[in-house]
Write a protein that binds this ligand. Structure first.
Ligand code: ADP
Ligand code: MG
Length: 743
């Protein structure tokens, strides 16, 4: 049988050729009797609809108030809520529950407990009460704590965040109730990603309310941080993925020659979604809808095999939970379709990487219907609304300007480095894009064009009265900016596709809260000189815009000129992760967290340590994987080909053939193999050195980011050259063209 001689790579290709879309029995019912999405949206969550149906009215109202205002669950209603959740869960076939939380791994964690219990007569019953709903005590000692562990003796507890509804995860034959929770130490130390995010939302809300009250707005209950996280990802064939140890181990290809066709034809973006992919994405969405995750957009991204899904925005903590579910469901459902979801920031060199644009804004919750739901970054209809808009816009720019380094730290991971700052990636300078209309207006203010005029005249002359038009301005949006204003929100684009959004959003909230507090003080002061509120605001805003001028940039953020210009402006360009992470430890960062009380100094340090250690571990995994790939895949293929060439040459000579081209080929191949061999030796030496530097993660990180990255690049260059010489059927790893252009 011929097929027994096929290499695994050829078998995978053959399977790929016959792969068909895995169509489930119509997800939304069949065409004759369709089930609209709205009918089953959120069926696996105990959300507002279920609460209203199952809870006594008073309890329901109290719970909703906690949800809306970001409060803890009222102990008085907890038993009734727990009872309703238990009945609902059991009626849906749930057997276990778990507090679902987010340790500092970037992922979620869960430990399941059965509802099964025994009554006084030792009879089996289902039990789940307020105590279990509110709090649980997982053994926390095996999670990364960045040194915090020593101070809290390895014990921690999880507590429900009622703003995020409990939900049911369906597995093969199982259903588990998940209770979205925070994870803290015995003295309340934040051990997770969610606690600091919640604290930052609270602080931001309090500071924003103080500012709004100074402006004369009343009846505001909370200012909500709104967030919409657009998720980019790759879907590749599972069989090919499995044949690539680098993808399996490191989530990205460490080797692979560039195919002649990458993304240069620009034919993938917004192109038709292939059917096999479409079937998978539809099932992902179906699962997410049941979990109440409002995915509303799907499309092809720039790179081949790259896609994006985006939800309707919601409050930041819920958006964070939803994004975790998006990533988990993508990974899970892809497997059912023989596909692998790759969330790494740069799975394939030479083509676009994946990000997670975080759309961020602030929205008012008030009992005053005129203010309720008002987006503070949306230009309004009245001059006063636009004065308020300018104030919050100024605060955001001030925050990004002052804490650009910190925001850079928030997105600093081994993976994101390849999208930002490293070799082929755009620069890692954090700047903000405003769009033409706004930028001109800000420039006019800064240059004093309207200074001294009354607010009314200023607004007219600056064009603030016509501000709603900037939404149309969106068409010329700048895709190269890491932080862009997009009409009614900011879009923080530099966030990595695989990371939890909790940390970068927390940093953004903290920086914004500080800026808002600062502007509040300045306004209070200005009001003593300029009693008319709108006049005073414009004076304060002008100064703020002036001070943050350097961070505004409308040009091409990927150009070399920008790198130089930014340096002249005094902006940071932190190319590598270790130097970016150092920004967490600056006096300015410590001061920020002290003044906002979002993180204690110990908690802040633990974030730094966890991230440096993670960087070191990720890099070491890559170095070891690459070493193994070279030794067990690439070099053997190179040697075998060399031998074959030598034998061919010898045979030809023995047969009396005069011209033996194999000799020249052997020279070429031999040179590349020798180069690879040398690069391998350097790689192994650096790997060993790094392995022995474990005691000093910061020094190790610096070693890995310099010598380590260089050694990997040298190995890759030689290996990729060899890939283009070795006969195709003898190359042991799936090639870029096979993974990226499925037949
Ligand atoms: P764009 O065309 O700018 O991508 P979309 O309306 O498609 O705009 O929004 C992209 C993402 O931004 C979506 O997830 C959306 O829900 C989110 N978004 C829209 N408005 C806001 C807002 N006020 N706050 C936070 N996110 C928002
Ligand atoms: Mg976008």
């Amino acid at each position: 049988m011929a097929s027994t001689s096929l290499t695994p790579r050829k078998v995978a290709l053959r399977e790929l050729a016959s792969a068909r879309p895995a169509v489930r029995a119509a997800l939304n019912g069949d065409a004759a009797a369709p089930t609209p999405t709205s009918q089953y949206f959120g069926v696996n969550t105990f959300g507002a609809r279920q609460m209203r149906d199952k809870l006594p009215k008073k309890v329901y109202q109290k719970l909703q108030a906690s949800v809306r205002l970001g409060k803890k669950l009222d102990g008085e209603i907890a038993p009734a809520v727990a009872q309703a959740i238990k009945e609902w869960a059991i009626s849906r076939g749930v057997t276990h529950f778990t507090h679902w939380f987010q340790p500092q791994t970037g992922l979620t964690a869960e430990k399941h407990d059965a509802f099964l219990s025994f009554d006084d007569e030792n009879q089996p019953i289902e039990s789940f009460g307020a105590a279990q709903l509110i709090q649980s005590e997982p053994d926390a000692s095996s999670f990364p704590s960045g040194g915090l562990r020593a101070t809290w003796e390895a014990r921690g507890y999880t507590a429900w965040n009622p703003a995020s509804p409990v939900f049911i995860v369906e597995g093969p034959g199982t259903r588990t109730l998940c209770i979205p929770s925070v994870f803290v130490g015995y003295n309340g130390e934040a051990l997770d990603e969610m606690t600091p995010l919640l604290r930052s939302s609270d602080v931001l809300s309090a500071k924003a309310i103080a500012l709004l009250e100074l402006l004369g707005d009343t009846g505001i209950q909370r200012v909500i941080t709104t967030l919409g996280a657009e998720q980019e990802y790759f879907l590749v064939d599972r069989a090919q993925f499995a044949l690539r140890p680098d993808l399996v181990m490191a989530g990205r290809t460490l080797l692979g020659a560039a195919p002649p066709r990458g993304q240069q034809l620009e034919d993938h973006y917004f192109g038709g979604i292939p059917e096999r992919i479409q079937a998978c994405i539809a099932e992902v969405e179906h699962e997410l809808y049941k979990l109440g995750v409002p995915i509303v957009t799907r499309h092809n991204e720039v790179a081949p095999c790259q896609f994006e899904m985006a939800p309707r925005f919601t409050e930041a903590d819920l958006a964070t939970d939803h994004n975790q579910l998006v990533m988990a469901v993508l990974r899970k459902v892809a497997l059912r379709h023989g596909l692998q979801a790759i969330l790494h920031e740069k799975p394939f060199a030479g083509i676009n990487g994946s990000g997670k644009h975080c759309n961020w804004s602030l929205s008012i919750a008030a009992d005053n219907p005129e203010l309720d739901g008002f987006n503070l970054l949306k230009p309004g209809k009245t001059p006063h609304q636009n004065v308020r808009f300018l104030l919050f816009l100024a605060a955001a720019l001030q925050a990004v300007h002052k804490h650009a380094g910190l925001l850079r730290a928030g997105i600093g991971t081994a993976g994101n480095e390849h999208r930002l700052g490293a070799n082929e990636a755009p620069p890692a300078i954090i700047s903000a894009f405003m769009g033409q209309t706004l930028n001109r207006m800000i420039e006019d203010m800064v240059s004093g064009k309207t200074a001294g005029q009354k607010a009314e005249q200023q607004l007219i002359q600056l064009g603030v009265a016509k501000l709603p038009e900037i939404e149309k301005d969106n068409t010329d949006r700048n895709r190269t900016s890491p932080f862009a204003f997009t009409g009614n929100k900011f879009e923080f684009r530099a966030v990595g596709s695989s990371q939890s959004i909790a940390f970068p959003v927390m940093l953004l909230n903290a920086a914004a809260a500080e800026a808002i507090a600062d502007l509040t003080e300045k306004l209070r002061d200005e009001l003593t000189r300029t009693p008319a509120v709108d006049d005073a605001v414009l004076n304060v805003v002008r100064e703020s815009f002036k001070a943050s001028s350097a961070v505004r940039f409308e040009g091409n953020g990927y150009s070399d000129e920008w790198v130089q210009q930014a340096e002249g402006r005094g902006l940071l360009n932190l190319r590598r992760t270790p130097e970016a992470l150092e920004q967490l430890m600056t006096e300015q960062a410590k001061q920020l967290f002290r003044s906002t009380a979002i993180l204690t100094e110990v908690e802040l340090e633990s974030r730094y340590h966890v991230r440096v250690e993670r960087y070191v571990k990720d890099m070491l995994i890559e170095l070891h994987t690459l070493g193994q790939l070279v030794d067990t895949f690439v070099l053997p293929a190179g040697y075998a080909y060399l031998n074959a060439l030598a034998k061919g040459a010898a045979d030809a000579k023995a047969a009396g053939i005069q011209t033996v081209p194999q000799l020249a080929a052997a020279e070429r191949v031999g040179a590349v193999v020798a180069e690879l061999d040398a690069a391998r030796a350097t790689l192994l030496a650096v790997t060993e050195k790094a392995d022995h530097q474990h005691g000093d993660p910061s020094a190790c990180a610096r070693l890995l980011t310099s010598e380590g990255a260089d050694a990997m690049a040298a190995v890759r260059a030689a290996s990729d050259a060899l890939e283009l010489l070795v006969p195709d059927d003898q190359w042991p790893l799936p090639k870029y063209r096979e993974m990226l252009f499925p037949v």
